[in-house]
Design a protein around this ligand. Structure first.
Ligand code: PRP
Ligand code: GUN
Length: 178
């Protein structure tokens, strides 16, 4: 199936069945790694909301949830400038943090966020991202611990990810057709 948003056409890429299965595996890893801990799971809005919801339903340890909002993409390009639009509401000092991203592309957003969180002295920071583009990554980010899928360097939409604000509300993930 194809998806058209404005002037762009997208083709089926990752089906929800596969996303669901992979999330179950990531959650098992998190349940084991954070046994006897109470991490704060921080979703990076907007894109992470679907992944965060599905992942949290599979996490069985005790945990808290919070959100932070940043944005840097316009059209299909990173502006290179990460803008924080909404901050945290929980004190994270001495707490274990799991940052939830839908996608790590250049790594700019994550580097900005991790540096920002580190100033608040958490006990630990790990990142869970549904998608990672290894060929686009420009930063070395040691905190990346849980990855759903490594994908090619193509623009994707769906399952939380948008193109100009549209397309977040699909179960499957689509890739730009060239
Ligand atoms: O690794 P990077 O090159 O920084 O790209 C990754 C970021 O881009 C997207 O956010 P976007 O700025 O599109 O905001 P959104 O989540 O509200 O769509 C995505 O949710 C990541 O946060
Ligand atoms: N929707 C969307 N947002 C992104 N942000 C960084 N990379 C991407 C991408 O491939 N798709």
């Amino acid at each position: 199936m194809e998806l058209t948003i404005d002037d762009k056409t997208f083709e089926s890429f990752i089906d929800y069945d596969l996303i669901e299965k992979r999330i179950r595996v990531l959650a098992i890893q998190i349940n084991v790694d954070y046994e006897n801990k109470v991490p704060i799971i921080i979703g990076v809005l907007n894109g992470s909301f679907m992944f965060m919801a599905d992942l949290m339903k599979q996490i069985e340890i005790s945990c808290e949830a919070d959100f932070i909002k940043v944005s840097s993409y316009r059209d299909m390009q990173s502006t290179g400038e990460v803008k924080e639009e909404l901050g945290l509401s929980i004190d994270i000092e001495n707490r274990d943090i799991i940052l939830i991203e839908d996608i790590v592309d250049t790594g700019n957003t994550l580097e900005y966020l991790i540096n920002k969180l580190k100033t608040k002295s958490p006990a630990s920071i790990k990142v869970a991202s549904l998608l990672l583009k290894p060929d686009a990554l420009q930063k070395k980010i040691d905190e990346i611990a849980y990855i759903g899928f490594e994908i090619t360097n193509d623009f994707v939409v769906g399952y939380g990810l948008d193109y100009n604000g549209i397309g977040r509300n699909t179960k499957n993930i689509y890739r730009i057709k060239v």
